[in-house]
Design a protein around this ligand. Sequence first.
Ligand SMILES: *[C@@H]1O[C@H](CO)[C@@H](O)[C@H](O)[C@H]1NC(C)=O
Ligand SMILES: *[C@@H]1O[C@H](CO)[C@@H](O)[C@H](O)[C@H]1NC(C)=O
Ligand SMILES: *[C@@H]1O[C@H](CO)[C@@H](O)[C@H](O)[C@H]1NC(C)=O
Length: 332
Amino acid sequence: MPSSRRSSQPRDQTCVSCIANRFFTSEPLGQSKRKSVIAVSFIAAFLFLLVVRLVNEVNFPLLLNCFGQPGAKWIPFSYTYRRPLRTHYGYINVRTQEPLQLDCNLCAIVSNSGQMVGQKVGNEIDQSSCIWRMNNAPTKGYEEDVGRMTMIRVVSHTSVPLLLKNPDYFFKEANTTIYVIWGPFRNMRKDGNGIVYNMLKKTVDIYPNAQIYVTTEKRMSYCDGVFKKETGKDRVQSGSYLSTGWFTFILAMDACYGIHVYGMINDTYCKTEGYRKVPYHYYEQGRDECDEYFLHEHAPYGGHRFITEKKVFAKWAKKHRIIFTHPNWTVS
Ligand SMILES: *[C@@H]1O[C@H](CO)[C@@H](O)[C@H](O)[C@H]1NC(C)=O
Ligand SMILES: *[C@@H]1O[C@H](CO)[C@@H](O)[C@H](O)[C@H]1NC(C)=O
Ligand SMILES: *[C@@H]1O[C@H](CO)[C@@H](O)[C@H](O)[C@H]1NC(C)=O
């Protein structure tokens, strides 16, 4: 409590005693009893207010202490400071136009990588307070490895049509999931010319309970700015696209107390002797993960810089409470 409030207490007490003095000493004797009854009631009321106020001053900090602590002993991070509930102004609900409210304890970010196959971490993932998935990554049929719950799904504008192939599942059955869609302004504009925004608008008309948010233009340039700051490279000039993983990390670092990333490979994985060759996605056969990473990293135009991004994630993991497992990263 600020000290200025405490210093006002003695003044209140002086006032009470001066009123008491006025009633008890300067009133001539012989006045009617009614007056003294009123006086006593006045004093009683004053004392009551004073007590209420003192109790409040004493109790508020205690209450805040009780509720302000994260009940998070089980979280594998030692740092226990917790920011208050957060509003994320860069993400706007398509139906209500309200910003996203999201505040998580331990988040699980589940990679779409073939690394998830056979990991049997589904139960562990489902115990996290917020479970994040990307694009159209399925859980049905993969529960044992990837878990069954999804709280937030970060989706690329290019993957929106994939969700719309199965809208009853994504927007009705999975109606507790929050969808965060990222995309360039030309596709996301709200004036009727944004092709992806129009699809989403139609979706919330059909599924009014769907929780769909779009990333604002300002937030998109912020994410580009972070890439430039971290790599020294201008994304547009280098002819690349940020990945859905990039957008996921930026929001998750704002919304989560701690992050556990499952199934993401590090920047040197594909150059490591005897690495595990897996499909690019756990739910699709064919493409090989490391082939895909090299292809993208060196594509002159239109690729994702997955390897560069992983280097940045490792750097963030040193400052934030982020751990990577399956495969494990050593970040120190
Ligand atoms: C959400 O989905 C469940 C399961 O399909 C359904 O029973 C429920 O009515 C849905 N809730 C809303 C608000 O649409
Ligand atoms: C990976 O990390 C987890 C948790 O930190 C640990 O339990 C596990 O033994 C590690 N696995 C390997 C292969 O090092
Ligand atoms: C990156 O992954 C490889 C293969 O799993 C591992 O040997 C190496 O220690 C990891 N490097 C870091 C910095 O985590």
